[in-house]
Structure formats: C-alpha cells, structure tokens
Design a binder for this molecule. Structure first.
Ligand code: SF4
Length: 336
C-alpha cells in the first residue's frame, strides 16, 4: 500500500476509503513507520506539534444504572469503586485548579449517569459559570450521559464549550457491550449536542473483542457525526466488570495503527490517546503523539495514570509541545 499517496490525497481534500482504513489496521510492523508518517502529515497540518492536555473530574462516581460491560462505574459492577452523588459546585470549581496548575487546555466534568436530572444540570451549569470567571482560558467539557435539546441548550448557555458522549464501538458490536440503551440513542445525543452548538467529543474503546472491521465502522460513524474531538480508549479490564479477565488483544503496535487509522479517517479532529494508553501502548506511548494531538493527564475517572510531570517529559522528549491554554493548535504552514 502506498501510504504516502493516501496521505497526499487526504491533504488535497480527499478521503481514505473503508478498504484502505482496514488495510491500515492489517498493515505489517515493517510498514508501521510509513503509516505513522502518513498520519503525522495530517496531524501536523491541523495541529502542528502541539499536544492538548485534558484533566478529568469525576463529579458523580459509581452511580450509573446502565450496563456497559467495560465500565467500573455501573451499579452492576461488583467492585469497591468509590460511590458518591453529584459533587457540590464548590468541589467541582476547586477541581479546576488542578487543571490550571497542569497547563490543561480543558477541564472535563464527567458524571456516571444515564442522563442528568435537573439538579445535576444546575450544579454543572453553576460550576461552569464560576470556573469561567476564575479561569477564562480554561475550556470546559462535560460528559453527562444522554441529552435532549433543552438540556444541551442549558449547558451551552452556561458556557460549556464541549460535550462528550462516546459511541464506544460499532453499531454491529454495540449489543455485545451494552443492553440498557442502544447505539441510536448515543448517536442521537451526539447529534443533539452538535445541533445546539456544543463542540462534539465522541470516540470509543478498542480491545473489547470487536473485529478490525468494527474498528473501521466506528471511525466512519464518527466521521459522519462531524466530530470535533475523538477520544480513543483501550480496554483496561476493571475488576468486577463483565469484561474483567478479558485478555487484551491489542499489542502496542495495534494501538498505534488504530490511532493512525482514526487520524486518516477524520484528519482535522482532535485525536486523543485516552484511557488505557499506559497499559496498552506502554513504552511506545511517545510514538502515539504522531497520530494523536491530545491526552488526558494525571489519571482517569477510577484509575490512576501517568502523572503530569511524566507526560510533560514525554512530550518534550519526543519533540512536541504542550498547547498553551487559550491557544488553538498551531498548524505548520508547510507540509511534510
Ligand atoms: S453510561 Fe457511562 S457511566 Fe454509565 S455504565 Fe455506561 S460508560 Fe459507565
């Protein structure tokens, strides 16, 4: 496969085909550097060498009635994950300090819920207003489950910049992962967020037993939604969940290929190496900065992760730079 020709075509405004996207995932280790280079040319066009840091705040933990089989925050998961109701406005606002201290571009308030109730929505909106006053350059993302137009509008009016709602996997594989809601409900919430003027953060999770075609189908479903940001998570099987004990089918090189495929399918979107990056990519994490231009730093919702200082060192050592708060990704004018 001529990977340079494919990236040339995408740089000229064309697209990768589904067959080519599948070929990315099937490519050999011998081709990996060429595939990374093809993805990097697009990443460089849209984001230069910047890496956007995101910091998560688990605003309501372990209280979700849904049954996503990978999730340790479902009430059906048999584990000792901390369980608490929606935090107070004061606690959520105080959490934004940690984001500001770590040069994070975004502070992401995530709630384990099917959909926010009116009180929870009020807390998120009030916290957003106060955070925006205190840290005007910090962008606000929230992930609160299913939304209707009224809820999305309320968030938008409070100043929330972006809404996260992942599709998780392909339409075909979705019933193997979740039974309490369906793929279309997720698609609908993503469309509602976009329609009401919120930036859309929407991605998924690889390594649950889905086929390579399922991985491609997810990427094209996300492209159809015109996503602004794509978190690419890798399964880190959590104790007490149905997927605990599943062997991780993804080798580090497979994870790199998955990130490259996402960049080639959705070239202008912020592509994030997200949860599970440390356990799946291991020592190859720095190579993932070639397709990806964003990471979560300082851990996840219920698990720890690489700390900010290590992330900063990794980014600098690989020749990339942390995106400054309030600045857009600085694309380089000349193409590789
Ligand atoms: S809807 Fe979200 S919080 Fe609830 S079980 Fe699924 S992934 Fe976990």
């Amino acid at each position: 496969m001529d990977w340079k020709a494919i990236s040339d075509r995408i740089l000229d405004g064309g697209q990768i085909t589904e067959a080519e996207a599948l070929a990315v995932l099937e490519s050999s280790d011998d081709e990996l550097l060429e595939v990374l280079q093809a993805a990097y040319r697009l990443r460089k066009k849209y984001f230069g060498k910047t890496v956007a840091l995101h910091l998560l705040q688990n605003v309501k933990s372990g209280k979700c009635p849904e049954d996503c089989s990978f999730c340790s925050q479902s009430t059906r998961a048999m584990n000792d994950v901390e369980r608490y109701d929606m935090q107070t406005v004061e606690t959520i606002v105080a959490g934004a300090q940690a984001a500001a201290d770590r040069n994070a571009k975004r502070y992401c308030m995530v709630s384990s819920t099917r959909s926010p109730n009116p009180n929870e929505l009020d807390v998120i909106c009030e916290a957003t207003i106060q955070i925006k006053e205190k840290y005007p350059d910090l962008e606000i993302c929230s992930s609160l489950g299913l939304l209707d137009e009224n809820k999305a509008l309320k968030l938008k009016e409070a100043g929330v910049d972006r809404f996260n709602h992942n599709l998780e996997t392909s339409k075909n594989f979705f019933p193997e992962v979740v039974t309490t809601h369906d793929f279309e409900e997720r698609v609908n919430t993503a469309r509602v967020a976009k329609k009401m003027g919120l930036d859309l953060c929407c991605g998924g999770l690889y390594g649950m037993g889905e086929s390579l075609q399922d991985r491609v189908d997810l990427a094209f479903a996300l492209a159809d939604l015109d996503v602004d940001s794509v978190p690419v998570n890798f399964l880190d099987p959590r104790p007490g969940t149905p997927f605990y004990g599943k062997p991780n089918p993804l080798k580090p090189n497979d994870a790199l290929r998955a990130l490259c495929m996402m960049r080639l399918v959705i070239p202008a979107a912020e592509v994030r190496m997200a949860g599970g990056r440390e356990t799946t990519l291991r020592d190859l994490q720095p190579l993932a900065l070639y397709p990806a231009n964003s990471i979560f730093t300082a851990g996840y919702l219920t698990t720890g992760g690489q700390e900010y200082e290590e992330d900063k060192q990794m980014i600098e050592d690989a020749g990339f730079e942390i995106e400054i708060q309030g600045a857009k990704g600085a694309a380089e004018p000349a193409l590789a």
